[in-house]
Ligand binder design. Structure first.
Ligand code: FES
Length: 109
């Protein structure tokens, strides 16, 4: 079964060039609006747990607000330590009728 998309926030709450932290079914998720395209990553920085949704957007990167590690927003790739264990999970996102929806992995993944 495909991962379900769940409504999380009106698109207007995440203006172009901004990011926010949200909670969805006990997961912290960071939403980003890059030139009108919404992206979603795990909100917890793998370095020490900083909230990426409160970071600074620099092009297509987000700088963690705690120590500045940078992550590629569309993929979650860590630019500081480019090995898979330092990447953050990305989530599929869509916008339906002005509402941002995020797909969580199924419980078996
Ligand atoms: S917690 Fe994110 S860079 Fe340290």
């Amino acid at each position: 079964m495909d991962s379900p998309f769940l409504p999380v926030k009106p698109l207007e709450d995440v203006p172009v060039g901004s990011c926010v932290s949200i909670e969805l079914e006990d997961r912290g998720i960071a939403l980003f609006n890059l030139d009108g395209v919404i992206h979603a990553l795990d909100n917890t920085c793998p370095h020490a747990g900083g909230p990426l949704g409160e970071g600074t957007i620099e092009g297509d990167l987000v700088a963690c607000p705690w120590h500045g590690w940078k992550f590629h927003i569309p993929t979650g790739t860590c630019r500081k330590n480019p090995t898979p264990s330092w990447n953050v999970q990305r989530y599929d996102v869509r916008v339906v009728d002005g509402i941002i929806q995020v797909a969580l992995p199924s419980k078996t993944e």
